[in-house]
Design a protein around this ligand. Structure first.
Ligand code: MG
Length: 376
């Protein structure tokens, strides 16, 4: 039995992970479930899966009263330092709150299934260095990175990574339609069913930008050797090219169950949730096109910040996250997210080799700058 905890069990990835685990009950023991403020759902999950520990951001007396389950209010650090009882921790929270528990788990030598890309965007150098020191595996849950992970056999022979992007809901819409998009339009993703923050990031293509940075850290590859290609059907989840010109891609129906399962069962494979075989004839056609960097400048921001390195990607992530929250609150138009990044990035303090404390300070600074310009 592999022992697993889930940080962010009530979010989109966490819920799908529990669907995977329900089918793999004889392979996994669930040690802890940690949720945010949706304690109704967390309570249902605890009653169904009976973990040893439960944690929530918001205190809920009902969680404290479940017999046989220990309640750790605000217990992420405690869960992630429990090496004795955890083989792997799935970090499935969204945003900057994923970084600290991930670092704690690495520090304690616990393998990570990482769905939280902000962890690597904020502090990829520190996180990967620490993981190498501790011999900890960082197993990607993000579908593109899972695809690359599945394709790579001979890392030294790889010429480049090719990350696919669905293009989001505005691929075929005009710049004006995108500029004036409502929250509902931005949240209507054509292919992937995900949380709200990442769905807005997909609409602006910032999600792909963050994934470029994530790939750079996970696979230790130069930004110049990472390409993005728009592929609206989302069947090819990403590919790698070897130096002899051979290209290996990973394909499948667009379902997060597959990369979640692969990350937590690696290197084993088990029967999946969707048991029907993949059908090339059902797919019928696959289209590929270059991304429009003028319409979606987020890719330029990501390559720019990534190549600059240091704290640049920390600031980029923080401005973007605050801007997306403002958009979701209905305070700004979608394209204001780009404007904020462009105007505020030069104002952020830059440190080439920040410590983890400096990363949190610079994250805070970028968020303050963003909030301040929102109220102007
Ligand atoms: Mg992805």
């Amino acid at each position: 039995m592999r022992k697993i905890s889930i940080i962010g069990s009530t979010g989109s990835i966490g819920r799908q992970a529990l669907e995977v685990l329900e089918r793999l009950q004889d392979k996994f023991e669930i040690i802890a479930l940690a949720g945010g403020s949706n304690t109704d759902l967390l309570l249902q999950q605890v009653e169904k899966f009976r973990p040893k520990y439960v944690s929530s951001d918001k205190y809920d007396v009902r969680l404290a009263n479940i017999s046989g389950v220990k309640y750790l209010p605000d217990g992420l650090e405690e869960i992630c330092s429990n090496k004795a009882e955890n083989d792997i921790i799935l970090v499935a929270v969204s945003g900057k709150i994923g970084l600290k528990p991930t670092l704690t788990a690495i520090e304690n030598g616990i393998d990570i299934a990482l769905a939280n890309k902000e962890t690597l965007v904020m502090a990829g150098d520190i996180v990967m260095k620490k993981a190498r020191e501790k011999g900890v595996k960082i197993l990607p849950v993000d579908s593109e990175h899972s695809a690359i992970h599945q394709c790579i056999k001979e890392r030294e022979q790889v010429r480049k990574l090719i990350i696919t992007a669905s293009g989001g809901p505005f691929l075929k819409k005009s710049v004006d339609e995108m500029r004036n998009a409502t929250v509902a339009e931005a949240l209507a993703h054509p292919k992937w069913n995900m949380g709200r923050k990442i769905t807005v990031d997909s609409a602006t293509l910032m999600n792909k930008g963050l994934e470029i940075i994530e790939a750079h850290h996970l696979f230790n590859i130069d930004y110049d050797d990472i390409d993005v290609i728009v592929h609206p059907q989302s069947v090819v989840h990403s590919a790698i090219e070897y130096k002899d010109g051979s290209v290996i891609a990973q394909l499948g129906v667009p379902s997060m169950h597959i990369p979640i399962q692969y990350a937590i069962t690696y290197p084993e494979r088990y029967e999946g949730i969707k048991t029907q075989s993949f059908s090339f004839s059902d797919v019928a056609r696959m289209d590929f096109e270059k991304p429009d960097f003028d319409k979606f400048p987020s890719l330029n921001y990501a390559y720019g910040a990534g190549k600059k390195g240091g704290s640049a990607t920390t600031s980029l992530n923080a401005i973007n996250e605050e801007a997306v929250f403002a958009f979701l609150r209905g305070e700004i138009k979608l394209c204001k997210i780009y404007d904020l990044i462009e105007s505020l990035m030069p104002k952020c303090t830059f440190i080439q080799e920040p410590t983890i404390d400096e990363i949190f300070e610079l994250d805070h600074e970028a968020r303050k700058l963003t909030q301040k310009s929102l109220t102007l």
